[in-house]
Design a protein around this ligand. Structure first.
Ligand code: GL7
Length: 838
């Protein structure tokens, strides 16, 4: 292929062509060309979005050499990481690609010389909201690091037509608006319809003897759907590697349409098309709690089957034996959502490729590794046997077979321990029968990991205890990380510039280098610059808040921020209890010398999660009272920023003074927002939960505001019988806060509105807000005091940043690569070039 071109070209730039050239003149002409030839517009009639698209294509053109050469390199027998995830929350692509290509400044110049504003074009981009929160964003950070570390990788997922809903707040309530991110087209993806695969559903399995007399099983489905891949390049930072994010879209199989059409059932054929295409229409907007919806299981199976078939095809195209599958691919299961892959790979190997069971099982176990992302019992995925068997009859048989063989081993190890047997079984038989996806993932993988040290330890002691006892060697911890490219270089250009001036730019790919900032914490003029930058960044956020919400906040006040999904275990309402305490103190003593604060919240609630929506309503209601009370003016403001997403995160994290990480100990598996805040110089107020524990270890206890019960204390108090009402009764200030909410003060006299929330706190309080209240309030007081000593606060802020090296996703990916995937970097050379290629 391409041999004639290869012969005639060298990797040097031969001509400045429109698609690869980087001079300002060429970039300007490329922009104009793309506007005309792709958008079909003259400058006079082009919209901002047309210009954005033209610019996006201009940038995409300049990364195609790297992308195609990367794909080419991986055909040469290298081990590839396949990251299977139902969510990839990659965020806007334009600026990230400009930064990773190292052409931001040039593009800005070209755009400005064309009479446009780069910032305005950047703001045109609709972010692909193909995830709910931390789990999906983690997958995106990992892709960034895989490429930057030059590790061969493919991300496999679903191309949802509608991503996470857009959130509006009307009368204090969350309203969900459909996310039409594809409506104006997506310049970053390339469809590959010729690489489609077929995915079966339903029907039955048939047992038969093949031509050699071997016993075999085949699946006779009653429905087949086509999976079409859409590829997005994931460029590493200033390397040639551009890995692929391959997302699958469901389409109808044409032959099915024809069949129905031929018998005159035109509408039936159309129906089939609609049903097929519904599969990848929408992202389920629940994080943590998974409802057992049939369409969701279809989505999971669909993308996993597409991915595994794609891998097999890739392997067979290189003429390598399928029996080396596990040496060619390391497949990571991002939570249990893709766990059906274990049964699917067995089916593909045994039924379709006629490999015997034991060999197939060896391949399967050595291929998969499983990451658990939550300890919440309600998040453990399980599917009713009836539903499962109806949709995936052959997989159910395979799971039974895996289970029988596994339980035989369990019996051998623990004779007569029926409890063990029933807990380890892939089938839950305690009532209605279910397939347990976590058990399938554990049995079918060679490695299992949690996402922070505490979380991994708790996994071993609680939800996965029996598995840990059965195969301890499979367990490992890999603490989460975030990419400094997006979460610092892209979102905090001012701080990036200052840091780079002082210590060079190596920290961008070696985050431990930030340690060099430690000594500068003692340099008064450096501290002054640091403070100045935080101030300007807060000013930007204040301007945004004013423009969007018409609320004036003082950038000199302490910006106290909690942005993340709304969930009871994350305890945004504990934060609200502090807000009201703060308010009451001010009201009772007008002259109180208080440190002015701006309390900022943001986050989406799952549409069916009533309590989470009520928490939003409470925040907005409190904001309305507080912000309009002249008694507290200039000393406190409360803001709920609607529609928190990646784009907004990029504005918000850099502007924080204080990061709220206040989940009940033992509930937040890791958290990654905690890392983004600290990396951008916020100090943390937090519990000993998830990665907070390690952040505190790294930055030093003296630079972290710790409060609250430990996990052991939480368990202990639960076991002894927790009585939240006693805390209410015995704490006058807490009682005043709760009574004020109950009185209707924040709800125009409506005493019923927040009753479900208050009753829950007083009589259940599963997340122990009342037990942690006093400790939280006292620690918030320490925060206020500390903020008054601006020099020392700045010192702490610098030290936080200086010690965040551990939380780069590059470190996490290196650990996965060494401990779990056994893969090495494979640098990409730009060998095959198109005419004029650089
Ligand atoms: C989560 C955890 O809740 C979160 O603590 C963790 O940082 C993240 C990535 O590992 O995974 N688990 C989960 O189901 N969601 C998360 O964000 C939605």
């Amino acid at each position: 292929m391409n041999a004639p071109l290869e012969d005639s070209l060298t990797p040097q730039i031969r001509v400045e062509d429109d698609r690869t050239g980087l001079s300002i003149t060429t970039l300007r002409s490329a922009l104009a060309d793309n506007l005309f030839y792709i958008q079909g517009k003259f400058p006079g009639t082009a919209t901002k979005n047309d210009y954005y698209m033209a610019l996006a294509y201009t940038v995409r053109d300049r990364l195609l050499q790297r992308w195609l050469n990367t794909t080419q390199t991986y055909r040469k027998n290298v081990k590839v990481v396949c990251y299977l995830s139902a969510e990839f929350l990659i965020g806007p692509q334009l600026v990230n690609n400009l930064i990773n290509l190292g052409i931001y400044a040039k593009i800005r110049q070209a755009v400005e010389e064309s009479g446009l504003s780069l910032q305005e074009l950047i703001e045109q981009e609709e972010e692909p909201g193909l995830g709910n929160g931390g789990l999906g964003r983690l997958a995106a950070c990992y892709l960034d690091s895989l490429s930057t570390l030059e590790i061969p990788a493919i991300g496999y997922g679903i191309r949802y037509e509608f991503g996470i809903f857009d959130q509006e707040i009307r009368d204090g309530w969350q309203v969900e608006i459909t996310d039409k991110w594809l409506q104006y087209g997506n310049p970053w993806e390339i469809a590959r319809p010729e690489e489609y695969v077929e995915v079966k559903f339903g029907g039955r399995s048939e047992h038969y003897y093949d031509e050699k007399g071997n016993y075999r099983v085949r699946w006779i489905p009653d429905r087949v759907v086509k999976g079409v891949p859409y590829d997005t390049p994931i460029l590493g930072y200033q390397v040639n590697t551009a890995n692929t994010l391959r997302l699958w879209k469901a389409e109808a199989i044409e032959s099915f349409d024809f069949q129905a059409f031929n018998i005159g059932d035109y509408y039936g054929a159309v129906d089939a098309k609609i049903v097929s295409e519904n599969l990848t229409k929408i992202l389920y907007p629940n994080d943590e709690v998974i409802q057992g919806k049939e369409l969701r299981l279809q989505q999971q199976y669909f993308f996993v089957s597409c991915a595994l078939q794609d891998m097999i095809r890739l392997l067979l195209s290189t003429e390598v034996s399928l029996e080396t599958f596990h040496q060619q691919f390391a497949v990571q299961l991002n939570d249990t959502h893709p766990a059906i892959g274990v049964a699917e790979l067995m089916r593909l190997l045994v039924d379709e490729h006629r490999i015997d069971w034991d060999k197939a099982w060896h391949i399967t176990q050595n291929t998969f590794a499983f990451t658990n992302h939550t300890l919440l019992p309600e998040a453990l995925e399980k599917w009713p046997i009836e539903l499962f068997g109806r949709l995936l009859p052959r997989h159910l048989e395979i799971i039974y077979e895996i289970n029988q063989r596994f339980l035989d081993r369990v019996r051998m190890k623990y004779p007569r321990d029926l409890g063990k047997l029933s807990r380890l079984s892939l089938i839950d038989e305690s009532g209605e029968r279910y397939v347990r996806m976590a058990n399938l993932a554990c049995v079918g993988s060679h490695a299992i990991n949690g996402v922070a040290e505490l979380h991994t330890e708790l996994l071993k002691k609680t939800v996965l205890k029996d598995f840990y006892e059965f195969f301890p060697e499979k367990f490992a911890n890999v603490t989460n990380g975030v990419t400094p490219r997006r979460w610092m270089v892209l979102s905090n250009p001012r701080l990036t510039r200052l840091i780079t001036e002082k210590i060079g730019d190596r920290w961008i790919t070696h985050l431990d280098d930030l340690r060099k900032l430690e000594t500068l914490a003692d340099d008064a003029s450096f501290r002054q610059q640091w403070r100045q930058i935080k101030q300007e960044t807060k000013g930007d956020l204040a301007a945004y808040i004013r423009k969007k919400l018409d609320i004036i906040v003082d950038p000199k006040s302490l910006f106290d921020i909690q942005v993340k999904r709304i969930h009871e275990y994350k305890r945004q309402h504990l934060n609200v209890l502090h807000v009201i305490t703060f308010y009451n103190r001010l009201k009772h003593d007008r002259d109180l010398d208080i440190t002015p604060r701006t309390f900022i919240f943001g986050g989406k609630a799952a549409p069916g999660y009533f309590m989470a929506k009520l928490i939003i309503k409470l925040i907005v209601s409190v904001a309305n009272i507080v912000n309009n009370d002249p008694d507290v003016r200039d000393r406190m403001k409360v803001v709920f920023i609607p529609d928190f997403n990646v784009t907004l995160g990029q504005r918000i994290y850099p502007a924080a003074d204080l990061s709220e990480q206040i989940s009940t100990a033992g509930k937040e598996a890791s958290g990654t927002g905690n890392m983004k805040f600290a990396l951008n110089g916020a100090l943390t107020i937090g519990t000993l939960d998830g990665a907070n524990v390690e952040i505190r270890e790294e930055v030093g206890a003296e630079n972290f505001f710790l409060f609250g019960l430990t996990t052991e204390e939480v368990y202990g108090l639960k076991a002894r019988g927790y009585r939240p009402f006693d805390y209410y009764n015995q704490n006058a200030e807490l009682k005043a806060v709760i009574d004020l909410i109950s009185s209707g003060f924040f709800s125009h006299g409506d005493v019923d509105l927040f009753k479900p929330l208050i009753d829950n706190l007083l009589y259940r309080d599963d997340y122990m807000l009342l037990a942690d209240y006093q400790s939280y309030i006292d620690t918030q007081e320490k925060v206020s005091q500390a903020y008054r000593d601006r020099e020392n606060w700045t010192r702490m802020s610098i030290l936080n940043v200086a010690r965040m090296g551990k939380f780069s996703s590059d470190r996490s990916i290196r650990e996965y690569a060494q401990k779990i995937w056994k893969v090495e970097p494979v640098p990409v050379e730009l060998l095959q070039l198109c005419p004029g290629g650089q």
